[in-house]
Unconditional design. Structure first.
Length: 279
């Protein structure tokens, strides 16, 4: 068997990452010689890791917290997505020249599309104003959302995000009733944030509810939405579509992405039920 190209996901903590399973399944399906592993890399170790990637000829890597911002200073080139989103989650090594990329926004939009949803002209409410919320909010603006209400426990953090596009973005406290004409409600607050049916009180039945968490597969918010007959979607699709875009970026392979997503849903559906996986 010939030499295999090395890929990885780095993070701290890295936990029970789903990324190796997703990428190795894609490599197998497409018959491409890539091996993808998970590596714990601390902030202090990040510069050494980047050096290792260059020296050992790794093909590329994905990065999760806490590295998405630190990598901005360590790559040789940034794609237009990195410039727009201000963070890096994917790095490709082109013969020692490292190109930083970001698949967060497009991965989220591809997941929406799979459910017949779009940001275009939508009235959106986002719970949380951290890193994940920032990517989703910027993608919503870029794709032409009509209005985005950003609700956060620390309102100043929401205000700070909203300053980027004051015509579309509006900050609010987390306990503020959401606009009744909301088309898409997106939760980015982790379990323990006690986001539940209160958030849904004002919303129409045809508002779709998305939680970027996927373990457990049905958060209290998604269960409450289902009980009200609303479309409820967890974050597995976002992770799967980000991985598909990253794999295409690493390898240059072109393939049927919706079909690959179906394969990856099948591969992961039993694992996420156990509730012990992370990105
Ligand atoms: P991520 O990158 O996943 O978005 P993050 O940047 O740490 O993670 O952001 C977490 C978000 O969840 C923040 O908006 C945080 O609110 P604050 O800005 O007020 O800290 C929110 N959050 C976390 N725990 C929460 C809780 N128990 N109740 C309400 N909001 C919570």
């Amino acid at each position: 068997m010939g030499e295999r190209n090395k890929l990885a996901v780095i993070g701290d903590p890295i936990g029970h990452s789903l990324s190796p399973l997703l990428h190795n399944t894609m490599a197998q399906e497409l018959n491409l010689p890539y091996d993808y592993t998970a590596r714990q890399v601390t902030v202090e170790q990040l510069a050494d890791w980047v050096q290792t990637v260059r020296q050992e000829g790794w093909s590329g890597f994905n990065a999760t917290m806490p590295h998405k911002l630190h990598l901005l200073d360590l790559v040789d080139e940034k794609t237009e997505e990195v410039v727009y989103f201000g963070a890096i989650n994917t790095v490709r090594n082109d013969k020692g020249h490292l190109i930083g990329h970001n698949t967060d926004g497009d991965g989220f939009a591809n997941m929406l599309a799979e459910h017949g949803l779009t940001f275009r002209n939508a009235r959106v409410a986002v719970l949380g104003a951290g890193g994940a919320a920032g990517a989703i909010i910027r993608k919503a603006v870029r794709d032409g959302a009509a209005a985005v209400t950003v609700c956060n426990r620390t309102v100043e953090k929401a205000r700070s995000l909203c300053r980027e596009h004051p015509d579309v973005l509006h900050a609010a406290a987390l306990d503020t009733p959401l606009p009744g004409d909301t088309d898409l409600l997106i939760n980015t607050i982790p379990v323990g944030g006690n986001v539940g049916d209160d958030a849904l009180a004002n919303l129409r039945r045809d508002c779709a509810v998305i939680d970027i968490l996927y373990a457990p597969p049905k958060t209290p918010l998604l269960l409450a939405a289902e009980e009200r007959g609303m479309l409820a979607v967890n974050g597995l699709g976002m992770l799967i579509h980000q991985a598909i875009l990253a794999f295409a970026f690493f390898t240059g392979a072109s393939f049927d992405q919706p079909e690959m997503a179906r394969i990856l849903y099948k591969t992961t559906c039993n694992l996420t039920k156990s509730g012990v996986v992370s990105s």
